[in-house]
Design a protein around this ligand. Sequence first.
Ligand SMILES: C[S@@+](CC[C@H](N)C(=O)[O-])C[C@H]1O[C@@H](n2cnc3c(N)ncnc32)[C@H](O)[C@@H]1O
Length: 470
Amino acid sequence: MPQGRRQGGAPMAWGKGQIVKQALRTAPEDYAAFEAVNLAGRGGVRVLDVGCFDGFNTYLKFAPYAGVARVVGVDPLPEAVAEAATRTAGDARFSFACSTFEDYEPEAGERFDLVYFSHVLQHLPDPQAALSKACRLLVPGGFVVVKTTDDAAKLSYPDPEQVMRRLFDLYERHVLPNTPHTACTDRCNGEKCYTLMRRAGLGNVAVRQFAADTCGKTLEERHALFERCVYFRRNVPACVDEGTAAEIYALVEAWGTLFDQDDYYFVTQSFVAIGQKPQEGASPWKYAGPVFESASEAFRKPQEVQTEARPRGGAPLAPADAPAVAIRPLAERDLGAVMAIEVASFRDPWTPLAFALDLRHNPCAHYTAAFTEGGLAGYLGWWGAPDGAAIVRVAVDPARRKAGVGRALVEQAVRDARAGGHGVLTLEVRAGNAQARGFYTRLGFQEAAVRSAYYEDPPDDAVIMALPLG
Ligand SMILES: C[S@@+](CC[C@H](N)C(=O)[O-])C[C@H]1O[C@@H](n2cnc3c(N)ncnc32)[C@H](O)[C@@H]1O
């Protein structure tokens, strides 16, 4: 296990890379909450994202929803807010204010339909006051969504020396108070969010827990979980005395060795809470309970990688130094990474719910995900109908194009559709997209028909391309 790192100055308790990973990995939890409040079915929605940091999570979570009309992010870090503005410059719905939430007042008495706290309520000096303020800033019937954590909901067994608890204790007493914007961190915020929300005047409060544990995991998976949970505890600021820093690093090492034992049990939980501002005369809101509940399915054990999509002969698919591409079925737990690619690739991205419904309920839908070393690199969906199979969605991470990922995905779809007994595989592509047409032609597809004026924004014809599978 890697050693701890002593940081000069006062580092952030959370790093940028960690925030991105966390936002992608746990996105299905937020999407489940948004599904429960029917975000995909609403229009003209105004969102306030409290503690938006650099806007990565803000954009990932709200850009896919066409009914979201305006998103305001608030954060006290000037560089982070500037980066958020740059990141979302192409989407006029997003704007950012550099302020603490305590000092923030919306312009012209604006009110919101959704106030969102993602991993921020635990950092606020007075979470009760913050939730009361959120309630004041909502329109009647509007929602608060809180995502938070709780160290008391982390279990470690067998841990006879209590290394996990001792590490958390040192971190809380010596690291957090010496780190900007975390001096007030409440590491046991999760258990309180129901009561805090009720006392803030919110009704219809629902709380769900999402767990990740070592149960039945491989050594590699257990180490990955350890790294995920220990990350913050490695960042010891230089102002912490030598003796305490050494003790923290020793506890990090000792805790890491527990994860080497395949009968060691560790569980960590995040909490997602929804509350609604009461609306006079309105009947109580019923969340789409089963949907919110079933989001935990997104955390099922990953399925084994099914196919090594590297060519075994014939013409090379990609440059010789291209990374290996591994293909497996797409799962709901991939939705965070899928949406990041989706919003980067399309002007009219599908919503997370559109993917989730297809994965859950459409027996004709087949989705595959392609992974390279950096994680999800692309995905493809095809539907099998009696008269043939059709590719309905395909996207590759813009940063990992021209590396054989798209080709591996299409070739896998060809194999799967053929194995499913389909005689032809079709797809449609913009007539103006010469690059895509050339790509599919090289894979053996032929142009079969044209649908005039099929696309809008910008207007274009659709070319139907077909590959006989016989
Ligand atoms: C752990 S980060 C979470 C970022 C983002 N919401 C996410 O989930 O990826 C916490 C953020 O809360 C911000 N924050 C801390 N104190 C705050 C306050 N009083 N008001 C608003 N934001 C605050 C920090 O600057 C930081 O960007």
